[in-house]
Design a binder for this molecule. Structure first.
Ligand SMILES: *Cc1c(COP(=O)(O)O)cnc(C)c1O
Length: 393
């Protein structure tokens, strides 16, 4: 099928909930993609931070195939090796105590909200269920995670929303303290707000929040759905902030492109959810877990160092463009936001796509770059050449 055939099926039969780019992706290799018309693109998106090992990674595809030929799925009423092996690698790498596996970021965040509320309920009883989240955050699309998301426009139409969320300004302890109270059980935040515009939190602020949480026995819930699993150049972003969450969620990059997500708790919270309290039909699916094991095996210390180096290289080269359209560069590792001025972020994204570079947008004016973690220098340079062509004065 060519682009027009696919687009007409989409328009005929699919809910029109996405502002899709006007190309259809056909296949790829590494960080290079091809559309159905044969045009080549350098990929600075990884889906949305999902395809950590790029496209058509041999070991990843082989692991999925091999697992599919053994047992592709069986319920969580049985043990299987892939999820158990995955947990044994992920949990120590995160400095946590135990994991729960589900399928998506929103589902993972629903889980961490449940942990916080049950922890508090068992220890303090009713009336202590409020979770403070940050303005400009993004935590997902379910009714509860929409309400957890600190952006007003996500709180339209779908009433009634789940109660028990209050919002504080990021990087502002006074604003957080203004939302404090006897009814609070947790603070939930991204360390780099992704959808909100690639806004990293200040290290001092994050450490102050962690301290306050300890003092008041609030759980520190960190949403690493976008920042986690190597994206920022460490296994989890909190490892660069010198804090340890009580519960951390992850999803996007964990299985390199298969739907997978989950959360981990520390020792204090490992027994909060017990038999019957939580579950997920597809959670820990053997094929997805086999794929995640390949991702985890790839994330060696040397690989993570390369992620940091490639991120720094990308930053330096974009800064060196001296582009009048760039107002600033933010982020960590291969999660970067380029502030756009002089045209809209969507306009810039479209012009780059036209020339063969795929990027994302975020917030009101940010071009968001989330290349596959395996992107080569050659691919980075090809993408940067396109940026130079489109963004020079
Ligand atoms: C993408 C994202 C989510 C939602 O993940 P889904 O898999 O789309 O449900 C939640 N939190 C953050 C920080 C995200 O970036």
């Amino acid at each position: 099928m060519n682009f027009n055939d696919i687009k007409s099926l989409d328009e005929g039969y699919v809910l029109q909930t996405y502002a899709r780019n006007q190309i259809a992706i056909d296949h790829g290799q590494g960080a290079t993609l091809f559309d159905t018309e044969g045009k080549k693109y350098i990929d600075f998106t990884s889906g949305i931070g999902v395809c950590s090992l790029g496209y058509a990674n041999e070991a990843w595809a082989r692991a999925i195939y091999d697992q599919a030929m053994r047992v592709g799925h069986i319920s969580n009423l049985f043990y299987t090796e892939p999820y158990a092996r995955l947990a044994s690698k992920l949990v120590p790498a995160a400095g946590m105590a135990a994991a729960f596996f589900g399928n998506s970021g929103a589902e993972a965040n629903e889980g961490i909200i449940k942990v916080a509320r049950k922890y508090s309920y068992e220890k303090y009883g009713q009336g202590r269920a409020v979770i403070i989240t940050l303005k400009n955050s993004f935590h997902g699309r379910t009714i509860t995670t929409l309400k957890a998301t600190g952006q007003d426009h996500f709180h339209d139409y779908f009433f009634p929303f789940t109660e028990g969320f209050r919002y504080a300004r990021a990087n502002d302890m006074d604003s957080l303290l203004a939302q404090a109270g006897e009814d609070v059980c947790a603070v939930m935040m991204e360390l780099i707000q992704g959808e909100g515009g690639v806004n990293p939190l200040d290290r001092d602020y994050v450490q102050s929040v962690a301290r306050l949480c300890r003092e008041r026995d609030w759980l520190l819930l960190i949403d690493e759905v976008q920042t986690g699993v190597g994206r920022t150049g460490t296994m989890f972003a909190y490892q660069q902030f010198d804090v340890q969450p009580d519960v951390v969620s992850f999803a996007k990059g964990i299985a390199g492109g298969l739907p997978f997500g989950g959360f981990m708790t520390n020792e204090k919270c490992r027994s909060v959810l017990r038999s019957g309290d939580h579950g997920s039909t597809f959670g820990g699916n053997p094929m997805a877990a086999a794929a995640a094991n390949v991702v985890m095996d790839a994330l060696t210390p040397a690989f993570l160092e390369e992620v940091r180096e490639k991120g720094q290289y990308l930053r330096d080269r974009i800064a060196a463009l001296g582009s009048p359209y760039v107002s600033g560069i933010r982020g960590m590792g291969l999660m970067l936001g380029v502030g756009v001025q002089g045209m809209t972020h969507k306009e810039l994204k479209d012009r780059l796509m036209e020339k063969g570079l795929l990027c994302l947008t975020a917030g009101a004016d940010t071009l968001r770059l989330l290349p596959p973690l395996v992107i080569t220098r050659e691919e980075l340079d090809q993408g940067l050449d396109i940026m130079a062509e489109v963004m020079s004065a």
